[in-house]
Design a protein around this ligand. Structure first.
Ligand SMILES: CC(C)(COP(=O)(O)OP(=O)(O)OC[C@H]1O[C@@H](n2cnc3c(N)ncnc32)[C@H](O)[C@@H]1OP(=O)(O)O)[C@@H](O)C(=O)NCCC(=O)NCCS
Length: 340
């Protein structure tokens, strides 16, 4: 393969406004090269993530330069309170600089950074085409990564068809009379934080993990407050629905965040949804998702779609999403590689 001779890789300076402009443009160009309406994070997202220090997740970005020209970037994302055995990395090289070894050099640089952070597993996620074997899968596999799980991104148009939403709400209500629901727009208030964390910390171990090793989350109110501050810096709003049982214990939740203000994309990102095992089978998952949809379309009428990504094996969650009108958009592979 022809290589770029004078390639240097160095940390990105998140306080350099021009550098952040270039970084963002290059990222969007690479991310949307094959999937033109692929999800992207905004410049405000990147600025907030890279300038923050001391939160529950550490973000680092490195730029690849050929002479003075930025030709690619790699990000590392590593939790600091739990799952510290692993880290994620993401490399982006737009096609006009592609196939000259930049992506490979960036991934290896990111891996070394994860090793320096004490991580033993690197995870990455990328588009693998509808057939599951195309997209960037050959790139990941050539670098020694193996497919750990397949994820399917689905999108739901907002507002939802009213008759359909009303029918699903009625179905859920018929089974969930014993539960109380709270809808929170914005940061999770202190009195609901312990309940929220009780379900949120289980998400990684309760949703299908494929071949990826997950441990229970260990977030406390401090990490949650940090994340809410980060969301506000990104210009995002969290919308959360909690369900508690007759004793007041939170037993289910669903959470989404609006896209950031500087992103010209009327999107809402679905985050987690979880029902405690002993409360499954009461349509609680459907109930929290219906309330979430209602809240989103009432409070954010300018948002035209929600996107969600589920493990393809997550039959119960996929069934709820399909009932709610989510349709397949694209297929991504989660890959892992043992470091060192
Ligand atoms: C994937 C990506 C980072 C590759 O960057 P790159 O600089 O072109 O990668 P390299 O030149 O180091 O490629 C190394 C090898 O990977 C394979 N490869 C890379 N891109 C490929 C593609 N689109 N299709 C098939 N194989 C590919 C090839 O075997 C290539 O060697 P070759 O050019 O000699 O055939 C870039 O295409 C990109 O930014 N994609 C969008 C973001 C993404 O999905 N990143 C991967 C997750 S971290």
């Amino acid at each position: 393969m022809p290589t770029i001779g004078d390639l240097t890789i160095r940390p990105v300076d998140p306080w350099d406004e021009h550098e952040m402009d270039v970084l963002q443009d290059l990222y969007v160009e690479a991310q949307r090269a094959e999937v033109p309406d692929s999800r992207v994070y905004s410049r405000a997202d990147s600025v907030a993530l890279l300038r923050r220090t001391g939160g529950p997740t550490s973000y680092h970005a490195f730029a690849a330069l050929a002479g003075d020209t930025m030709v690619g970037q790699v990000w590392t994302v590593a939790g600091t309170t739990d799952n510290v055995h692993r880290g994620r990395l993401w490399a982006w090289v737009p096609p006009r600089h592609g196939r000259r070894g930049v992506g490979t050099a960036l991934v290896r640089h990111g891996e070394q950074h994860l090793i320096d952070l004490g991580r033993r597993t690197a995870l990455t996620q990328t588009w693998i085409g509808a057939d599951g074997v195309s997209g960037y899968r050959p790139f990941a596999e050539r670098l020694g990564y193996s497919l750990a799980q397949t994820h399917v991104e689905r999108r739901q148009q907002l507002p939802m068809d009213e008759a359909r939403l009303a029918r699903l709400e009625a179905e859920a209500t018929a089974h969930t009379a014993a539960y109380t629901f709270h809808v929170v727009v914005g940061p999770i208030p202190a009195e609901l934080a312990p309940g929220y964390l009780g379900v949120y910390n289980l998400l990684d171990i309760e949703s299908p993990g494929g071949d990826v090793e997950h441990e229970e989350g260990r977030w406390t109110a401090a990490e949650l407050a940090d994340q809410d501050e980060e969301l506000s810096e990104q210009g995002r709003t969290r919308v959360t629905v909690l369900a508690s049982d007759a004793t007041g214990v939170v037993v289910a939740y669903s959470c989404a965040v609006t896209g950031p203000a500087d992103l010209d994309d009327p999107v809402v990102d679905q985050r987690g949804t979880l029902v405690l095992r002993e409360h499954r089978g009461h349509r609680l998952g459907l109930a929290v998702k219906c309330r979430l949809t209602r809240a989103l379309q009432e409070r954010f009428p300018d948002r035209t779609y929600v996107r969600t990504t589920n493990a393809e094996t997550n039959a119960p969650m996929v069934a709820i999403n399909e009932a709610m009108g989510f349709e397949v958009h694209s297929v991504e592979g989660e890959f892992q590689h043992r470091l060192g």
